[in-house]
Write a protein that binds this ligand. Structure first.
Ligand SMILES: C[S@@+](CC[C@H](N)C(=O)[O-])C[C@H]1O[C@@H](n2cnc3c(N)ncnc32)[C@H](O)[C@@H]1O
Length: 269
């Protein structure tokens, strides 16, 4: 982590905040100071990350109940949407089982779980894991969301290590990767939450290793989310792509399948 994070323990959430500080091994303070910094606090019944200083962006938290994720769910992002096609969802077929190796704030995983996929999420940052765990806990009690949240599970760990130690079976149908892309400045794509996380955590440096490990363990494919004009993850050319105006999904076949398919041109599968 590039900056220290302090946990604010005050009011009726004091004991919870103290327990979190002990778990994450972060320092405690009893109120939000004026000087610039990063803070975790329980407020409005949720865990949120606050950045202070000038200009201070709004808090970062996970919200599957009322935010953008809820909107995407109500709009009914369908099985023909680029994300669904990227993970190999096809009409008339059972939804694929997904391992989301870069869980982040769980937004993509939530969309996939809404479409019926079982999603195992892996997040390496204890701070992001805590935010996501809190969002899942709140959403699990929300009428209409229980079944979706029941399809989502979360583990704290490094996905490269986890994939390397994973038994050959059962393999996830799709391993989904969305490593932090080093956006510069305040581009529209680098949304407020991701800008804050990027500032705090820095760029993801294990993209190429993650792709290699994922291609060894995926049952059917690895889907990598990238900004539309970004370079390939680890400079490795995908087997095929699914494009939308701002986002591109680079699809890689598992290592063994790719050897057979090499030099064959494949379109959206
Ligand atoms: C851009 S965010 C993912 C956003 C996510 N797709 C969403 O919809 O909210 C990338 C996340 O992947 C995590 N990450 C990167 N490399 C990882 C690894 N090797 N193992 C586990 N998590 C990783 C980072 O800590 C960060 O939280």
């Amino acid at each position: 982590m590039k900056h220290p994070v302090t946990i604010i323990a005050a009011g009726r959430h004091k004991a919870r905040a103290e327990a979190l500080a002990a778990r994450l091994n972060y320092p405690l303070a009893c109120s939000l100071p004026d000087e610039p910094g990063f803070f975790l606090e329980y407020a409005h019944e949720r865990l949120q990350l606050r950045q202070t200083g000038s200009p201070a962006p709004g808090p970062v938290y996970v919200d599957f109940c009322t935010g953008k994720s809820a909107h995407r769910r109500r709009q009914g992002e369908g099985r023909r949407a680029p994300l669904a096609r990227a993970v190999g969802m096809k009409p008339g077929m059972a939804p694929p089982r997904i391992l989301d190796a870069t869980a982040g704030l769980g937004r993509d995983a939530f969309v996939l779980a809404t479409l019926g996929c079982e999603v195992l999420m892996v997040e390496q940052s204890p701070l992001v894991h805590a935010l996501l765990e809190d969002g899942l806990r709140r959403a699990a009690g929300e009428p209409g969301l229980e079944q979706i949240i029941a399809r989502m599970s979360l583990i704290l760990g490094n996905a490269v290590e986890l994939l390397e130690s994973m038994q050959p079976l059962p393999r996830p149908d799709c391993i989904y990767l969305d490593p932090m892309y080093p956006h510069k400045g305040k581009t529209a794509l680098a949304k407020k939450e991701m800008r804050t996380l990027q500032q705090l955590l820095g760029a993801d440096r294990q993209g190429a290793e993650l792709l290699t490990a994922a291609r060894r363990k995926a049952g059917r494919r690895v889907a990598v989310k990238r900004p539309a004009r970004a370079d390939f993850l680890g400079q490795r050319k995908p087997d095929f792509q699914i494009r939308s105006p701002k986002t591109r999904y680079d699809i890689y076949l598992p290592s063994s399948a790719s050897a057979i398919q090499r030099n064959t041109s494949i379109t959206d599968g």
